[in-house]
Design a protein around this ligand. Structure first.
Ligand code: GLC
Length: 657
């Protein structure tokens, strides 16, 4: 037992170590290029800051001339344009390269994080209440590892997979979009680390739209990766990893250590003598409107980490001990035992892209699809050793159970709706047909007319006596991309989108959900939210950023022409309308009432869609095919309960629906 493990944020050091992935973890091994090394004159002091701020301390001297080391132009820094004054403070410790991190999934051990030492000194302290000696040590060395390696590496030329963007030359719209995307880049200590959510010059009240949101950065990150510019993504991944371990409190409560923030801001803090320093200020939901939990952030982080490896060939990043620990902390949070009866993740309202009250508490599809994707990514990325084998087993079991659960209970098409229509209720038994006691009266009137002959979709949410029949686009698209749905279901989802083109695409792709909540439902479910009025914002608004996920889903299903059709439509309007965040009205005619302009993920979503369509082989690295092994586990588990025949053949033939 290790009662106290003190974690101090140490000084940064140099190291040129990059780990090598064991052959069983990846299909291919790509050596790290020789120029992938440290920049020795760029040492920074890593420190702990009061007032919840975190950062490498980089002191800026306003009297010096600008000196930009990044691949991005000096004018693109929105924080400052003065020279980064480096505090030379290099120690020569060596990193502990052990990767033995114990997993604590489904075991009775926990850790507690709290603050010691009053307002101005806030070392992070981990108190272990278990037999596991390793995790605290790992987190400690993780902080050290990060502090030395986040910024000090020169990534120029890193792109061994050889990704290139446009084969046909850029259109004017693309050129403009790239300019805007680069203008949205946020730098930290002279290096690019993310993109701000919106860069609307006319916006007098940016609220938190000037921050780097984890989820919003996905299309930006992919656009840069597809363009062969990996540095910003690498910096983003490593800096957000640091924030994960940061002390966080919401009033008197500390959320789990693996939690990733919803967003962060680079703040400049004045020092004496014309100098100031930059610090990272994360928001874990404690400032967010409605105090919503950023459940999706960690899942997106894992997905981007996996994409980074696949698109650059730099698998060494995933193998670093600090990064492996980061993955495990996120998974520990997601896989720990609670009161759940289902394999799906139980979350509060607004814990994903829809970050306001919209009646999506419980088991919303979007979170389940991201969870499934993150589990699949993690399974590929985790180094398998004695310390992680329990976790890998837990991942495999959860993947099987989750896909079965979603395929079986979330799926609706004409036939299934007719079944529900004829359901018997109040069945008390283990083999009930109507397991969730759904009253047929719940089938909404709109659905009966709306559901096409050909096609179907995964419903938005499932709880006891409650099916949320709304169509949520992101969850359905991501189910296709990750193969959470069966091959037939995935095809049927695209069929439905095609059949319901006017409703879901209208004048601007893509409806976030269909239909909108109106009248009493809007009043009760949103709490009369004036931003989420019917057919606006999250309540049936149209979000151009969803284009990249639609493109990926179409490409996976061999239907790129559908994506092109949507993209052509968007290309005509987006630049003219100044790249709005969202559109309003039943078919997306108007720029959204409170939509920000120059919304970064609208811009990046468009660019990523374009590049994916032009680079199908790159796109194919970003989606997953059906995994028959997982299916077999599930069919075998069911056969033990007498429900299905157990074999891979049976798995293939039934594909669970
Ligand atoms: C809104 C969106 C959220 C997004 C944020 C920044 O809050 O609902 O999904 O991350 O804006 O763009």
């Amino acid at each position: 037992m290790k009662p106290y493990c003190r974690i101090l944020l140490r000084r940064c050091r140099n190291s040129d170590f990059f780990g090598f992935r064991s052959p069983n973890c990846h299909h291919s091994f790509t050596p790290v290029p020789s120029n992938f090394r440290l920049n020795s004159d760029n040492n920074r002091k890593f420190n702990s800051f009061p007032h919840g701020l975190l950062g490498f301390r980089c002191v800026i001297d306003r009297t010096q001339k600008p000196n930009c080391a990044s691949t991005f132009g000096c004018g693109q820094s929105r924080v400052f344009s003065s020279r980064v004054y480096v505090i030379a403070d290099v120690s020569s410790n060596f990193r502990n390269y052990s990767t033995s991190v114990e997993t604590r999934v489904n075991e009775n051990n926990f850790e507690r994080v709290y603050v010691q030492g009053g307002m101005n000194v806030k070392p992070l302290v981990v108190e272990r209440i278990d037999k596991d000696e390793n995790i605290g040590r790992d987190v400690e060395s993780r902080l050290e590892d990060n502090s030395e390696n986040v910024n000090n590496e020169n990534l120029e030329g890193l792109n061994p997979v050889g990704v290139l963007s446009t084969g046909k030359g850029e259109s004017d719209v693309e050129t403009e979009a790239w300019k805007l995307l680069r203008n949205a880049v946020v730098t930290y200590c002279g290096s690019p680390i993310g993109t701000m959510a919106a860069n609307d010059p006319a916006d007098k009240q940016p609220l938190n739209y000037d921050q780097v949101f984890i989820r919003d950065f996905l299309p930006s990150g992919l656009a840069f990766l597809l363009k062969g510019e990996a540095e910003i993504v690498r910096n983003f991944l490593l800096h957000t990893l640091q924030l994960q371990s940061w002390e966080k409190t919401v009033d008197c409560y500390s959320p789990g250590q693996g939690l990733m923030p919803a967003s962060f801001k680079v703040r400049t803090v004045p020092l004496d003598e014309n100098k100031f320093e930059e610090v990272l200020d994360p928001d874990f939901g404690e400032s967010a409107i409605g105090r919503v939990a950023p459940v999706d952030s960690g899942l997106w982080w894992i997905i981007l980490l996996s994409a980074y490896g696949k698109l650059t060939g730099d698998y060494a990043l995933q193998e670093r001990m600090d990064v492996q620990t980061g993955i495990k902390l996120i998974l520990n949070l997601c896989l720990s035992d609670g009161f759940d009866m289902f394999p799906s993740l139980l979350v509060t309202d607004g814990s994903c892209m829809i970050d306001r009250r919209m009646g999506i508490h419980g088991h919303p599809l979007e979170i389940q699809a991201l969870f499934y994707s993150a589990l699949r990514c993690s399974r590929e990325m985790l180094s398998v050793d004695d310390g992680s084998k329990n976790l890998v087993r837990a991942i495999n079991n959860r993947l099987s159970a989750l896909s079965f659960h979603i395929r079986e209970y979330y799926w609706v098409d004409m036939k299934k709706i007719n079944e529900i229509y004829r359901y018997k209720t109040e069945e008390y038994s283990t083999d009930a047909t109507n397991k969730f006691n759904i009253y047929p009266e719940q089938i909404p009137h709109w659905l009966v007319d709306w559901i096409p002959e050909k096609g179907g979709y995964l419903i938005g949410n499932l709880q006891p006596a409650h099916m949320d029949f709304r169509f949520f686009t992101l969850g359905n698209l991501w189910s296709i991309v990750s193969s959470l749905g069966t091959p037939k279901q995935n095809e049927a989802i695209l069929n439905l989108i095609e059949a319901k083109w006017d409703d879901l695409m209208g004048h601007m792709p893509l409806k976030i959900c269909y239909p909108a909540l109106e009248y009493e439902e809007w009043r009760i479910i949103t709490g009369s939210d004036p931003k989420n009025t019917p057919w606006s914002y999250h309540n049936g608004g149209s979000w151009p950023t969803l284009l990249w996920q639609f493109t990926l889903a179409c490409m996976k299903m061999g239907r790129p022409e559908l994506a092109r059709k949507a993209l052509d439509m968007a290309e005509k309007r987006l630049p003219v309308d100044s790249w709005p965040e969202y559109y309003d009205t039943r078919n997306g005619k108007f720029i959204g009432k409170q939509a920000r302009l120059n919304q970064t993920w609208s811009i990046a979503g468009f660019l990523t869609s374009k590049m994916l369509l032009e680079n199908p082989e790159m796109a194919s690295l970003l989606f997953w095919e059906e995994d028959y092994e997982l299916l077999e586990v599930c069919v075998c588990a069911l056969s033990n309960s007498g429900r299905k025949k157990c074999s891979r053949g049976a798995a293939k033939s039934q594909i669970l629906i």
